[in-house]
Each structure stands twice: as structure tokens, then as C-alpha cells.
Design a binder for this molecule. Structure first.
Ligand code: UT7
Length: 327
């Protein structure tokens, strides 16, 4: 069975920055509250003319360049996003922008777990021998779906895009994984469609509406994350025949620094091994894990052969972990 190698990473550059002080002029909040409760100091916003697909393509292009792989060599593009430009999917636009003419491209939605779910999904196509080269992108523009009058959620999110290139290889660097969902807790974090009934013709009505901004029960999501994330990482490590002592880097979905600290403490991973870019980016949903990975790789912290425990968690509810070796 072919194995999976991680041969490149990339992310998009978003020039627009929104600081906590900027936000304190929008809602009743302070830099002190946001930074002590979450660790976030600023976040980036996509420019109005920027599409989700263009951010995703930017991240994908950077990952392909690092991997020294031409777009025409890509067999599949998997775009993890909850905020596509088009409900029919945005991966096709990414394919066109990249010129990845041979690739099949489609979206995958699993909110803030999306990148980890997509990474594992992509690996299965490689392991079966169906594909050799897959571009996995996590990208979200939650600023477009945030209620900017709700201080309990609007201070948390930022926009971003990150990507990795997976390639068939003799050695398998996806060491273990575990993916989970619990739809019975769907109500604690939602971006729901709300429809109104409009009469069409006699006895027949259609439901037409729009998606409404994010709602979240922060305390419930917090409790869920600090209990389930360490558990799912331990399960993925068990499948990899590893223990927490083998983790070189912990890359969690960047939702809250207190969650990162609590999970690391439970797993006994020292804080210098925990990758955090919360302060500069906030919660970028499906982009957060590949963005943190790419920054750590480009800064020279993560080196080929390092063992990385990744974990995503969020709406669905969904959560999952993939243990990978970089390279
Ligand atoms: O990617 C999806 C995953 N999402 C998450 O992982 C989010 C998980 N949850 C959290 O990170 C935290 O629950 C939050 C950061 C969202 C909230 O922190 P908290 O320590 O749980 O605060 P809280 O909701 O218990 O609120 C404490 C107080 C409340 O005031 P009262 O009722 O005690 O008077 C809130 O109204 O803080 C108030 N508050 C704020 N104050 C200033 C809530 N938001 C703000 C704000 N600025 N932005």
C-alpha cells in the first residue's frame, strides 16, 4: 500500500488587520478582556474584493512552490471550507486559478475540523493508489458570517487560508488518526439557514431565505474542547503506536489560548512544543491548523522527520486528530 508524505505547505497573506482596540470601538469590549480570555490580540480580514477561492488558491500555490510540484501534476484538490463563494462549491474556482487542469476538485465541510478531516480523506485516496498528488486546503472568511454587534463571538474570528501538499511515498507519514462527530450537540455552534415560506401556486409553497450569522454557546464549546480534544489525540496516538512523549509539536485548532494550554497540560506536552499563532490571527476556522503549520515550517521550527499531533474541533460538533511526520 502506498504511503503519504507531506511535502509542502503554504498560506495566504491578508494585509487587513483588525486589533482588539479597533474592536473596542465596534462593540463593548476591551483589549484586556479579549487577550486574557482568549490570547487573541489581532486578526486579519479579507479585503472586500478578495474571494474565498483566491485566498485558497494563494495558499495552494505557495504549498506547491515549496513542494516544487507543477499545478498540472496535481490529481486532486480538496478544499475544506464552511464559507465558500458559491454553495455549489469553491474548489473548482481554485483549480481554475491554479491551472491544475488534471485535478478533480471539490469542497469538504466540517467547520473548524475541516482541514484535519480533509487531510485524512485525501490520504485515503493516496493509500488506495487512486491518486499520487493531492493539494489539501483549509480556508475560511468567517468575518463575512459574523454578527458584528455580538461581542461574545465577533472578537474571536479572523480570515485565512493554509494548505499542504500530500504525495504518494514508500514511507507513510500519516501515522494515525481518529475522527468524530456528535450531531446531538449541533445547536451549540451554528451558522444556520433560515427560510421563510413563500406561496408559489395554489397549495404549494417554497422555502426561501438566507444564512444567518454565527451563534455559539462559548462555555459549552469550551467544555467540549478541553475534554474531547486530549482524548481524541490520545486515540490517534494509540493507533500510531506512539505516546504523548513522542510529540515534537502540538498543532491544535487555534480557538482559544486557554484551550491550547489546558489540552497541552492534560497531555503533558511542554508549552514550547505547542504551536500558537492565536495572538496574530484569532480563530480562522478550517485555515487555522495549516496556517499554524506553515508558519512554523517557514520559521524553521518544524523540521523534516518531526512528529506533529494535529487536532481540529468545532461545529457539527466535529473533532479529530491526525498524527503526522513532516516530510
Ligand atoms: O472554532 C470554534 C470553537 N470555538 C471555541 O472553541 C470557543 C470556546 N469558548 C471560548 O473560547 C470561551 O468560552 C469564550 C472566549 C467564547 C468566552 O470566554 P468565557 O471565559 O467562557 O466567558 P463567558 O462567556 O463566561 O463570559 C464571561 C463574561 C460575561 O459577562 P457576565 O455575564 O459574567 O456579566 C460576558 O457577557 O464576559 C462577558 N463578555 C465580554 N466582555 C467583554 C463576553 N464577551 C465579551 C467581550 N468583551 N468580548
Amino acid at each position: 500500500m502506498p504511503g503519504v508524505a507531506l511535502v509542502g505547505s503554504g498560506s495566504a497573506r491578508l494585509p487587513g488587520t483588525l486589533t482588539n482596540d479597533d474592536l473596542s470601538r465596534v462593540v463593548d469590549t476591551t483589549d484586556e478582556w479579549i487577550s486574557t480570555r482568549t490570547g487573541i490580540r489581532a486578526r486579519h480580514l479579507a479585503a472586500p474584493e478578495e474571494s474565498l477561492a483566491s485566498l485558497a488558491a494563494q495558499a495552494g500555490r505557495a504549498a506547491l512552490e515549496m513542494a516544487q510540484i507543477a499545478p498540472e501534476a496535481v490529481d486532486m484538490i480538496l478544499l475544506a471550507t464552511s464559507t465558500p463563494d458559491d454553495l455549489f462549491g469553491s474548489a473548482g474556482q481554485v483549480q481554475a486559478e491554479l491551472g491544475a487542469s488534471r485535478a478533480v476538485a471539490f469542497d469538504l465541510t466540517a467547520a473548524c475540523s475541516g482541514f484535519v478531516f480533509a487531510l485524512v480523506t485525501a490520504a485515503q485516496y493516496i493509500r488506495t493508489g487512486a491518486f499520487q498528488t493531492v493539494l489539501v486546503i483549509g480556508a475560511d472568511v468567517l468575518s463575512r458570517w459574523t454578527d458584528w454587534s455580538d461581542r461574545t463571538t465577533c472578537v474571536l474570528f479572523g480570515d485565512g487560508a493554509g494548505a499542504v501538499v500530500l504525495k504518494a511515498s514508500e514511507q507513510d507519514n500519516l501515522l494515525g488518526f481518529q475522527l468524530c462527530s456528535d450531531g446531538s450537540m449541533n445547536g451549540v455552534l451554528r451558522l444556520p439557514y433560515q427560510a421563510q415560506s413563500a406561496p408559489l401556486t395554489e397549495g404549494i409553497a417554497v422555502q426561501q431565505g438566507t444564512f444567518t450569522p454565527i451563534t455559539m454557546n462559548g462555555r459549552e464549546v469550551y467544555k467540549f474542547a478541553v475534554s474531547r480534544v486530549p482524548e481524541v489525540i490520545e486515540k490517534a496516538l494509540f493507533r500510531a503506536n506512539l505516546t504523548t512523549a513522542d510529540i515534537d509539536w502540538l498543532i491544535l485548532h487555534q480557538a482559544n489560548q486557554r484551550i491550547l494550554d489546558a489540552v497541552a497540560q492534560r497531555l503533558k506536552v511542554p508549552s514550547e512544543r505547542v504551536v500558537s499563532n492565536m495572538a496574530q490571527h484569532g480563530n480562522t476556522s478550517a485555515a487555522s491548523v495549516p496556517l499554524a503549520l506553515d508558519e512554523a515550517v517557514r520559521a524553521g521550527y518544524i523540521k523534516p522527520g518531526d512528529t506533529i499531533a494535529t487536532a481540529g474541533f468545532g461545529a457539527g460538533l466535529t473533532w479529530g486528530s491526525a498524527i503526522v511526520k513532516w516530510g
